[in-house]
Design a protein around this ligand. Structure first.
Ligand SMILES: Cc1ncc(COP(=O)(O)O)c(C=O)c1O
Length: 394
């Protein structure tokens, strides 16, 4: 039997990127003591008040069909939150509820691009971005994010890759995997390129609330002049330690969101009202669990830097946000993939190879900050010892 072309376009994605992670999980299942720093999941449960609200809503019978756009109370809560930050009205008609940022990205790109269109996106990038761009038939155009610019996307690097088929500039701030946070000036410069070439800006802001102390979040939605070309997506997965609830949203121009409604209705026909109720409560004020996570992850990022930076020719890039640190091990002469595979075999430490996030991170590793301080310290000791052996040619 034949399948549609989309299955072929996406066939190569996924598997190989997660090889080290899958092997580590299998080793743990077989009883081996592996330090698992591959994926980043919140290190606390969602706030009990939110779980109580979801339970109460179910007890009250809030489990019928919703409408295709989202429960009115959730849209009102989102509108209030986004309006407060921007100081100009962001209306309920500009929002659409989705089960998570991931579905929001998929639906929004389905609504913005088709075969042959080009999407400019930072390299390295979050592991699913290639898929959401390629699913509707569009082409991934990687824009290198460079360590010397703190991995913040540079307008000149975007400009150099514009073609007549460029349609969307995809931003991710704070950024996974590098923890880079775009400044207001970066956004203005990138916005100028988007305007000059009539591009949409799609901004993945799922880590907004995980910015470390002193950091400042900036979004293209802050710039009124970019509002007619910006769609932002986010969720409560990271901010409220609630990825399994699958609750997110997209916010963009009213006309675009109206045009997207049939797409959303065709995909889902409405989210779960009891989850909408707890999400409305979650977004009504800044998240306290996020503040706690940001403090712990910042402390652990510093711990990794102190343990590894400048030792055995390792270079650590310190993140400004998020759940990860990226570590440059190119001086060992190994690729990220070989290093990660051998580190797992020889030291029982599982990290993601930088290559899993794009060629710009060849020879780097990504370490999750969601394990305890003690586990991270031990992982760094083993990683450092492994790197030292490579430098000695052992
Ligand atoms: C950059 C980025 N975007 C989107 C997602 C998916 O988020 P959600 O759980 O809201 O679908 C993740 C999850 O790790 C992510 O890192």
């Amino acid at each position: 039997m034949k399948y549609a072309a989309v299955t072929e376009r996406l066939a190569g994605l996924g598997g190989a990127k997660w090889e080290v992670h899958a092997k580590a999980k299998a080793m743990i299942a077989a009883g081996e003591d592996v330090l698992l720093l591959t994926i980043g999941e919140p290190d606390v449960p969602p706030p009990s008040a939110l779980i109580d609200t979801a339970k109460a809503a179910m007890n009250e019978g809030r489990f019928g069909y919703s409408n295709g756009r989202g429960e009115p109370a959730l849209l009102a809560a989102l509108s209030a939150r986004y309006t407060e930050r921007r100081g100009r009205p962001i209306t309920t008609q500009q929002f659409m509820a989705f089960p998570g940022t991931q579905t929001s990205l998929f639906a929004v790109l389905t609504g913005l691009v088709g075969p042959g269109d080009e999407v400019l996106v930072g390299d390295p990038m979050y592991a699913t971005y290639e898929g959401v761009i390629m699913a509707p038939g569009a082409k991934v155009v990687p824009v290198p994010l460079r360590p010397e610019h703190g991995f913040r996307m540079q307008a000149a690097d975007v400009e150099a890759r514009i073609t007549p088929r460029s349609r969307v500039l995809m931003l991710n701030t704070p950024h996974n995997p590098t923890g880079a946070v775009l400044t207001a000036e970066d956004i203005l410069a990138l916005g100028r390129v988007a305007k000059a070439h009539d591009l949409w800006i799609l901004s993945d802001e799922v880590y907004e609330e995980l910015i470390f102390a002193d950091g400042k979040f900036a979004s293209p939605l802050d710039v009124a002049d970019l509002a007619d070309r910006t769609v932002a997506v986010a969720s409560i997965s990271k901010s409220h330690a609630a990825p399994g609830f699958r609750s997110g949203w997209a916010v963009g121009p009213e006309e675009f969101v109206a045009a997207l409604l049939p797409v959303a209705e065709t995909m889902l026909f409405g989210n779960q009202p009891f989850i909408a109720d707890m999400t409305a409560q979650a977004v009504a004020k800044p998240s306290e669990v996020a503040r706690g996570m940001a403090e712990r992850f910042a402390r652990r990022a510093r711990l990794i830097k102190d343990a590894l930076h400048g030792k055995n020719s390792i270079h650590v890039h310190e993140p400004a946000a998020g759940m990860f640190s990226v570590v440059d091990i190119r001086a060992t002469g190994l690729s990220g993939e070989v290093f990660a595979r051998r580190l797992l075999d020889e030291e029982k430490v599982a990290v993601m190879p930088g290559e899993s996030f794009g060629p710009a991170l060849n020879g780097w590793l990504r370490l999750s900050l969601t394990r305890s301080d003690d586990e991270l310290a031990e992982a760094c000791r083993r990683l450092s010892a492994f790197a030292a052996r490579q430098l000695k040619g052992a």
